[in-house]
Design a protein around this ligand. Structure first.
Ligand SMILES: C[S@@+](CC[C@H](N)C(=O)[O-])C[C@H]1O[C@@H](n2cnc3c(N)ncnc32)[C@H](O)[C@@H]1O
Length: 377
Protein backbone atom coordinates (compact mmCIF):
# COMPACT_ATOMS: atom_id res chain seq x y z
CA UNK A 1 0.00 0.00 0.00
CA UNK A 2 1.61 3.24 -1.03
CA UNK A 3 1.94 5.90 1.66
CA UNK A 4 2.10 9.28 -0.02
CA UNK A 5 1.39 11.30 3.11
CA UNK A 6 3.93 13.89 4.33
CA UNK A 7 5.83 13.53 7.62
CA UNK A 8 2.83 14.78 9.59
CA UNK A 9 -0.66 14.84 8.17
CA UNK A 10 -4.06 16.25 9.14
CA UNK A 11 -5.93 14.29 11.78
CA UNK A 12 -9.38 12.94 10.91
CA UNK A 13 -12.45 12.47 13.10
CA UNK A 14 -12.24 8.71 13.12
CA UNK A 15 -8.61 8.90 14.27
CA UNK A 16 -9.74 11.08 17.17
CA UNK A 17 -12.31 8.41 17.99
CA UNK A 18 -9.68 5.68 17.87
CA UNK A 19 -7.39 7.75 20.10
CA UNK A 20 -10.16 8.45 22.58
CA UNK A 21 -10.80 4.73 22.95
CA UNK A 22 -7.10 3.96 23.32
CA UNK A 23 -6.55 6.73 25.84
CA UNK A 24 -9.45 5.73 28.03
CA UNK A 25 -8.34 2.13 27.90
CA UNK A 26 -4.72 2.85 28.84
CA UNK A 27 -5.75 5.19 31.65
CA UNK A 28 -7.67 2.31 33.20
CA UNK A 29 -5.47 -0.60 32.22
CA UNK A 30 -1.96 0.65 33.06
CA UNK A 31 -2.68 0.95 36.80
CA UNK A 32 -4.61 -2.33 36.87
CA UNK A 33 -1.82 -4.26 35.15
CA UNK A 34 0.83 -2.62 37.26
CA UNK A 35 -0.95 -3.50 40.51
CA UNK A 36 -1.75 -7.02 39.36
CA UNK A 37 1.83 -7.74 38.44
CA UNK A 38 3.08 -6.39 41.78
CA UNK A 39 0.52 -8.47 43.71
CA UNK A 40 1.35 -11.74 41.98
CA UNK A 41 5.04 -10.82 42.29
CA UNK A 42 5.51 -11.30 38.59
CA UNK A 43 9.24 -11.59 37.82
CA UNK A 44 8.79 -8.99 35.12
CA UNK A 45 9.47 -5.63 36.66
CA UNK A 46 7.69 -3.62 34.00
CA UNK A 47 4.54 -3.33 31.96
CA UNK A 48 5.29 -3.03 28.26
CA UNK A 49 3.41 -0.71 25.96
CA UNK A 50 4.43 -1.28 22.37
CA UNK A 51 3.36 1.14 19.67
CA UNK A 52 4.46 -0.83 16.61
CA UNK A 53 3.45 1.84 14.08
CA UNK A 54 4.16 4.87 16.17
CA UNK A 55 3.97 7.61 13.54
CA UNK A 56 5.49 11.08 14.00
CA UNK A 57 4.04 11.73 17.48
CA UNK A 58 1.75 14.53 16.39
CA UNK A 59 -0.59 15.62 13.62
CA UNK A 60 -0.58 18.67 11.41
CA UNK A 61 -2.12 21.09 13.87
CA UNK A 62 -0.22 19.75 16.85
CA UNK A 63 -2.83 17.17 17.92
CA UNK A 64 -1.03 14.41 19.79
CA UNK A 65 -0.25 11.04 18.24
CA UNK A 66 -0.64 7.65 19.90
CA UNK A 67 2.88 7.48 21.45
CA UNK A 68 2.29 10.75 23.31
CA UNK A 69 -1.16 9.66 24.29
CA UNK A 70 0.30 6.56 25.98
CA UNK A 71 3.05 8.61 27.55
CA UNK A 72 0.53 11.04 29.02
CA UNK A 73 -1.76 8.25 30.25
CA UNK A 74 1.14 6.96 32.37
CA UNK A 75 2.67 10.32 33.34
CA UNK A 76 -0.58 11.94 34.35
CA UNK A 77 -1.88 9.15 36.54
CA UNK A 78 -2.48 10.55 39.98
CA UNK A 79 -0.57 7.83 41.82
CA UNK A 80 2.75 6.12 41.42
CA UNK A 81 2.44 2.70 39.81
CA UNK A 82 4.05 -0.15 41.75
CA UNK A 83 5.67 -1.21 38.48
CA UNK A 84 6.49 1.30 35.76
CA UNK A 85 5.23 1.21 32.19
CA UNK A 86 8.01 0.75 29.66
CA UNK A 87 7.26 2.40 26.34
CA UNK A 88 8.58 0.87 23.12
CA UNK A 89 8.01 2.81 19.91
CA UNK A 90 8.73 1.54 16.42
CA UNK A 91 8.50 3.63 13.25
CA UNK A 92 9.69 2.64 9.78
CA UNK A 93 9.95 5.99 8.04
CA UNK A 94 13.00 8.02 8.96
CA UNK A 95 11.37 11.47 8.63
CA UNK A 96 8.56 10.41 10.97
CA UNK A 97 10.97 8.70 13.33
CA UNK A 98 13.00 11.92 13.58
CA UNK A 99 9.85 13.91 14.13
CA UNK A 100 8.81 11.53 16.89
CA UNK A 101 12.19 12.01 18.60
CA UNK A 102 11.76 15.78 18.54
CA UNK A 103 8.22 15.55 19.98
CA UNK A 104 9.42 13.18 22.72
CA UNK A 105 12.26 15.53 23.64
CA UNK A 106 9.61 17.98 24.93
CA UNK A 107 8.85 15.46 27.68
CA UNK A 108 12.41 14.86 28.83
CA UNK A 109 12.00 16.59 32.16
CA UNK A 110 8.67 14.91 32.95
CA UNK A 111 10.19 11.57 32.08
CA UNK A 112 13.17 12.06 34.35
CA UNK A 113 10.88 12.99 37.24
CA UNK A 114 8.28 10.25 36.79
CA UNK A 115 8.47 6.84 38.37
CA UNK A 116 5.58 5.63 36.23
CA UNK A 117 7.32 5.59 32.87
CA UNK A 118 10.50 4.26 31.35
CA UNK A 119 11.06 4.97 27.70
CA UNK A 120 13.31 2.96 25.41
CA UNK A 121 15.08 4.84 22.65
CA UNK A 122 12.51 4.56 19.82
CA UNK A 123 13.40 2.08 17.10
CA UNK A 124 13.69 2.95 13.45
CA UNK A 125 12.55 -0.17 11.62
CA UNK A 126 9.76 -2.48 10.59
CA UNK A 127 7.37 -3.46 13.36
CA UNK A 128 7.36 -7.15 12.51
CA UNK A 129 11.16 -7.37 12.50
CA UNK A 130 11.69 -5.34 15.68
CA UNK A 131 9.04 -7.21 17.66
CA UNK A 132 10.20 -10.58 16.34
CA UNK A 133 13.66 -9.80 17.64
CA UNK A 134 12.28 -8.77 21.04
CA UNK A 135 10.13 -11.90 21.28
CA UNK A 136 12.95 -14.20 20.11
CA UNK A 137 15.18 -12.98 22.92
CA UNK A 138 12.53 -13.91 25.48
CA UNK A 139 11.61 -17.16 23.72
CA UNK A 140 15.24 -18.32 23.58
CA UNK A 141 15.91 -17.54 27.23
CA UNK A 142 12.55 -18.97 28.26
CA UNK A 143 11.60 -15.67 29.92
CA UNK A 144 8.07 -14.45 30.03
CA UNK A 145 7.25 -11.53 27.74
CA UNK A 146 5.00 -8.83 29.13
CA UNK A 147 2.57 -8.01 30.66
CA UNK A 148 2.23 -6.11 27.39
CA UNK A 149 -0.16 -4.14 25.26
CA UNK A 150 0.76 -3.92 21.59
CA UNK A 151 -1.00 -1.22 19.60
CA UNK A 152 -0.50 -2.20 15.96
CA UNK A 153 -1.88 0.72 14.06
CA UNK A 154 -0.65 0.09 10.55
CA UNK A 155 -1.61 1.83 7.35
CA UNK A 156 -3.38 -0.71 5.18
CA UNK A 157 -3.58 -4.39 6.05
CA UNK A 158 -0.33 -6.14 5.16
CA UNK A 159 2.23 -5.30 7.86
CA UNK A 160 0.89 -7.33 10.80
CA UNK A 161 1.16 -11.08 10.34
CA UNK A 162 -1.08 -13.54 12.12
CA UNK A 163 2.11 -15.16 13.31
CA UNK A 164 3.23 -11.99 15.07
CA UNK A 165 -0.11 -11.76 16.88
CA UNK A 166 0.19 -15.42 17.87
CA UNK A 167 3.69 -14.95 19.25
CA UNK A 168 2.65 -11.99 21.37
CA UNK A 169 -0.57 -13.59 22.60
CA UNK A 170 1.20 -16.80 23.62
CA UNK A 171 2.46 -15.01 26.69
CA UNK A 172 0.08 -14.46 29.58
CA UNK A 173 -1.21 -10.93 30.20
CA UNK A 174 -0.45 -9.79 26.67
CA UNK A 175 -2.88 -7.95 24.46
CA UNK A 176 -3.02 -6.75 20.90
CA UNK A 177 -5.09 -3.86 19.60
CA UNK A 178 -4.75 -3.80 15.84
CA UNK A 179 -6.00 -2.06 12.76
CA UNK A 180 -7.04 -3.51 9.41
CA UNK A 181 -7.98 -1.23 6.57
CA UNK A 182 -10.98 -2.74 4.87
CA UNK A 183 -11.08 -0.14 2.11
CA UNK A 184 -7.58 -1.14 1.01
CA UNK A 185 -8.23 -4.84 1.40
CA UNK A 186 -11.25 -4.58 -0.80
CA UNK A 187 -9.42 -2.51 -3.39
CA UNK A 188 -6.48 -4.90 -3.79
CA UNK A 189 -7.97 -8.31 -3.25
CA UNK A 190 -8.18 -9.19 -6.93
CA UNK A 191 -4.54 -8.19 -7.52
CA UNK A 192 -2.57 -11.42 -7.53
CA UNK A 193 0.72 -9.75 -6.64
CA UNK A 194 -0.77 -8.83 -3.24
CA UNK A 195 -1.83 -12.41 -2.40
CA UNK A 196 1.18 -13.21 -0.15
CA UNK A 197 0.32 -10.20 2.02
CA UNK A 198 -3.24 -11.45 2.57
CA UNK A 199 -1.92 -14.91 3.41
CA UNK A 200 0.47 -13.47 6.00
CA UNK A 201 -2.27 -11.38 7.51
CA UNK A 202 -4.67 -14.31 7.80
CA UNK A 203 -1.99 -16.92 8.47
CA UNK A 204 -3.40 -19.11 5.68
CA UNK A 205 -5.18 -19.22 2.35
CA UNK A 206 -8.86 -19.21 3.36
CA UNK A 207 -9.21 -15.50 2.48
CA UNK A 208 -9.03 -16.45 -1.24
CA UNK A 209 -12.70 -17.41 -1.18
CA UNK A 210 -13.45 -13.69 -0.84
CA UNK A 211 -11.98 -12.82 -4.23
CA UNK A 212 -15.04 -13.93 -6.18
CA UNK A 213 -17.61 -12.61 -3.71
CA UNK A 214 -19.76 -9.52 -4.21
CA UNK A 215 -18.61 -6.64 -2.01
CA UNK A 216 -21.15 -6.96 0.81
CA UNK A 217 -20.52 -10.67 1.27
CA UNK A 218 -16.79 -10.21 0.95
CA UNK A 219 -16.81 -7.63 3.70
CA UNK A 220 -18.62 -9.86 6.18
CA UNK A 221 -16.54 -12.85 5.16
CA UNK A 222 -13.17 -11.12 5.60
CA UNK A 223 -14.22 -9.68 8.95
CA UNK A 224 -15.55 -12.97 10.34
CA UNK A 225 -12.61 -14.95 8.99
CA UNK A 226 -10.06 -12.65 10.58
CA UNK A 227 -11.79 -12.91 13.92
CA UNK A 228 -11.99 -16.68 13.60
CA UNK A 229 -8.30 -16.92 12.74
CA UNK A 230 -7.36 -14.81 15.76
CA UNK A 231 -9.28 -17.21 17.97
CA UNK A 232 -8.01 -20.37 16.30
CA UNK A 233 -4.64 -19.60 14.82
CA UNK A 234 -3.38 -16.98 17.26
CA UNK A 235 -5.12 -18.83 20.10
CA UNK A 236 -6.68 -15.68 21.52
CA UNK A 237 -9.31 -16.18 24.18
CA UNK A 238 -11.43 -13.06 23.60
CA UNK A 239 -11.61 -11.03 20.42
CA UNK A 240 -13.77 -7.96 20.30
CA UNK A 241 -13.87 -6.30 16.94
CA UNK A 242 -15.64 -3.29 15.67
CA UNK A 243 -15.96 -1.36 12.47
CA UNK A 244 -15.26 2.30 11.99
CA UNK A 245 -17.41 4.05 9.42
CA UNK A 246 -17.19 7.58 8.23
CA UNK A 247 -20.22 9.75 8.82
CA UNK A 248 -21.56 8.87 5.36
CA UNK A 249 -21.69 5.27 6.43
CA UNK A 250 -18.70 4.13 4.37
CA UNK A 251 -16.74 1.40 6.07
CA UNK A 252 -13.15 2.50 6.61
CA UNK A 253 -11.45 0.05 8.88
CA UNK A 254 -11.73 -2.51 11.60
CA UNK A 255 -10.15 -2.53 15.01
CA UNK A 256 -9.53 -5.90 16.60
CA UNK A 257 -8.89 -6.11 20.30
CA UNK A 258 -7.33 -9.38 21.48
CA UNK A 259 -7.02 -10.32 25.12
CA UNK A 260 -6.94 -13.38 27.32
CA UNK A 261 -8.40 -11.47 30.23
CA UNK A 262 -12.10 -10.91 30.79
CA UNK A 263 -11.20 -7.86 32.87
CA UNK A 264 -9.22 -6.44 29.95
CA UNK A 265 -12.20 -7.01 27.69
CA UNK A 266 -14.47 -5.27 30.17
CA UNK A 267 -12.20 -2.22 30.34
CA UNK A 268 -11.99 -2.03 26.55
CA UNK A 269 -15.77 -2.14 26.24
CA UNK A 270 -16.05 0.65 28.82
CA UNK A 271 -13.51 2.68 26.89
CA UNK A 272 -15.56 2.35 23.72
CA UNK A 273 -18.70 3.48 25.46
CA UNK A 274 -17.14 6.58 26.92
CA UNK A 275 -15.96 7.81 23.55
CA UNK A 276 -17.32 11.05 22.18
CA UNK A 277 -21.02 10.89 21.49
CA UNK A 278 -21.30 13.76 19.05
CA UNK A 279 -21.92 11.46 16.11
CA UNK A 280 -19.03 12.84 14.11
CA UNK A 281 -17.95 9.26 13.63
CA UNK A 282 -19.83 6.03 13.77
CA UNK A 283 -18.81 2.70 15.05
CA UNK A 284 -20.48 -0.58 15.58
CA UNK A 285 -19.80 -4.17 16.45
CA UNK A 286 -22.05 -5.12 13.57
CA UNK A 287 -20.60 -5.03 10.14
CA UNK A 288 -23.63 -3.21 8.89
CA UNK A 289 -23.65 0.52 8.26
CA UNK A 290 -27.41 0.64 8.75
CA UNK A 291 -26.83 -0.35 12.34
CA UNK A 292 -23.59 1.52 12.64
CA UNK A 293 -24.41 4.14 15.15
CA UNK A 294 -23.85 2.20 18.30
CA UNK A 295 -24.09 5.18 20.56
CA UNK A 296 -27.33 6.41 19.12
CA UNK A 297 -28.91 2.99 19.20
CA UNK A 298 -30.73 1.93 22.24
CA UNK A 299 -28.41 -0.73 23.57
CA UNK A 300 -29.74 -0.06 27.05
CA UNK A 301 -30.58 -2.50 29.82
CA UNK A 302 -34.05 -3.25 28.42
CA UNK A 303 -32.55 -4.22 25.11
CA UNK A 304 -30.03 -6.39 26.94
CA UNK A 305 -32.64 -8.03 29.18
CA UNK A 306 -34.47 -9.08 26.03
CA UNK A 307 -31.32 -10.43 24.47
CA UNK A 308 -30.43 -12.39 27.64
CA UNK A 309 -33.83 -14.03 27.64
CA UNK A 310 -33.40 -15.10 24.03
CA UNK A 311 -29.93 -16.46 24.73
CA UNK A 312 -30.46 -18.20 28.07
CA UNK A 313 -34.16 -19.12 28.15
CA UNK A 314 -34.71 -22.57 29.65
CA UNK A 315 -31.12 -22.82 30.90
CA UNK A 316 -29.17 -22.68 34.10
CA UNK A 317 -26.00 -20.64 34.06
CA UNK A 318 -23.85 -18.38 36.26
CA UNK A 319 -23.44 -14.61 36.58
CA UNK A 320 -19.86 -15.08 35.26
CA UNK A 321 -21.12 -16.79 32.09
CA UNK A 322 -23.69 -14.06 31.50
CA UNK A 323 -20.92 -11.50 31.93
CA UNK A 324 -18.66 -13.28 29.42
CA UNK A 325 -21.57 -13.51 26.97
CA UNK A 326 -22.40 -9.81 27.33
CA UNK A 327 -18.80 -8.70 26.90
CA UNK A 328 -18.03 -10.97 23.98
CA UNK A 329 -21.27 -11.07 22.05
CA UNK A 330 -23.05 -7.78 22.61
CA UNK A 331 -22.01 -4.13 22.46
CA UNK A 332 -22.77 -3.72 26.19
CA UNK A 333 -20.55 -4.09 29.22
CA UNK A 334 -23.03 -3.31 32.01
CA UNK A 335 -25.47 -6.14 32.67
CA UNK A 336 -26.36 -6.40 36.38
CA UNK A 337 -29.23 -3.96 36.07
CA UNK A 338 -30.74 -6.07 33.29
CA UNK A 339 -30.48 -9.15 35.53
CA UNK A 340 -32.18 -7.20 38.33
CA UNK A 341 -35.09 -6.28 36.07
CA UNK A 342 -35.53 -9.86 34.88
CA UNK A 343 -35.46 -11.08 38.47
CA UNK A 344 -38.12 -8.60 39.55
CA UNK A 345 -40.27 -9.56 36.54
CA UNK A 346 -40.03 -13.26 37.45
CA UNK A 347 -38.09 -14.07 34.27
CA UNK A 348 -35.01 -15.06 36.21
CA UNK A 349 -34.62 -17.20 39.32
CA UNK A 350 -31.82 -17.69 41.79
CA UNK A 351 -32.11 -21.33 42.89
CA UNK A 352 -29.47 -21.21 45.63
CA UNK A 353 -29.48 -17.71 47.07
CA UNK A 354 -26.58 -17.13 49.44
CA UNK A 355 -27.48 -16.44 53.10
CA UNK A 356 -28.41 -12.78 53.69
CA UNK A 357 -28.67 -12.23 49.95
CA UNK A 358 -29.80 -8.75 49.01
CA UNK A 359 -32.54 -9.64 46.56
CA UNK A 360 -31.83 -8.63 42.99
CA UNK A 361 -28.08 -8.07 43.45
CA UNK A 362 -25.70 -10.05 41.28
CA UNK A 363 -22.26 -9.13 42.52
CA UNK A 364 -20.79 -12.63 42.66
CA UNK A 365 -19.70 -14.22 39.39
CA UNK A 366 -20.23 -17.72 40.84
CA UNK A 367 -23.92 -17.20 41.60
CA UNK A 368 -26.18 -19.68 39.78
CA UNK A 369 -28.99 -18.27 37.67
CA UNK A 370 -31.94 -20.04 36.16
CA UNK A 371 -33.84 -18.64 33.19
CA UNK A 372 -37.20 -20.44 33.11
CA UNK A 373 -38.76 -21.52 29.84
CA UNK A 374 -41.37 -18.98 28.81
CA UNK A 375 -44.92 -20.27 28.87
CA UNK A 376 -46.63 -20.22 25.49
CA UNK A 377 -50.09 -19.68 27.00
C1 LIG B 1 -1.51 4.98 10.93
S1 LIG B 1 0.08 5.62 11.11
C2 LIG B 1 0.31 5.56 12.85
C3 LIG B 1 -0.35 6.62 13.61
C4 LIG B 1 -0.11 6.56 15.08
N1 LIG B 1 -0.26 5.21 15.62
C5 LIG B 1 -1.08 7.48 15.81
O1 LIG B 1 -2.17 7.02 16.14
O2 LIG B 1 -0.74 8.63 16.02
C6 LIG B 1 1.12 4.30 10.60
C7 LIG B 1 2.61 4.60 10.77
O3 LIG B 1 3.33 3.39 10.58
C8 LIG B 1 4.49 3.65 9.81
N2 LIG B 1 4.84 2.38 9.17
C9 LIG B 1 4.46 1.89 7.96
N3 LIG B 1 4.90 0.63 7.81
C10 LIG B 1 5.54 0.30 8.96
C11 LIG B 1 6.19 -0.88 9.42
N4 LIG B 1 6.23 -1.99 8.69
N5 LIG B 1 6.70 -0.87 10.66
C12 LIG B 1 6.64 0.23 11.44
N6 LIG B 1 6.07 1.38 11.04
C13 LIG B 1 5.52 1.41 9.83
C14 LIG B 1 4.09 4.77 8.89
O4 LIG B 1 5.24 5.49 8.46
C15 LIG B 1 3.16 5.60 9.76
O5 LIG B 1 3.85 6.58 10.43
Amino acid sequence: VSDTLPTVWPIEDHTLAKHAILKRYLQAWFPILSHQSAIVRSPSQQILYIDGFAGPGEYEKGEIGSPILALQAALEHSRNFPRPVRLIFVEAREDRYNHLLSVLSRYERDLRESRNVIIDPPRLGECDAVLSELLSTNEKRGIKFGPAIAFLDQFGYSAVSMDLVRRIMRFPQCEVFSYLDYKDMNRWITDDSKAPAYSRTYGGEEWRKAVEMPERRRRAFLFDLYKEMLLKRADVRYVYAFSMFDYKGILLYWLFFCTNSIRGLEEMKKAMWTVDKTGSFRFSDKDNPDQANLLNMDYGQDWLADRLIREFEGRETTVGSVKAYVLEQTPCYLFREALGRLYRDGQLQVPQPPPKWKKGSFASDEMILSFPQKRLF
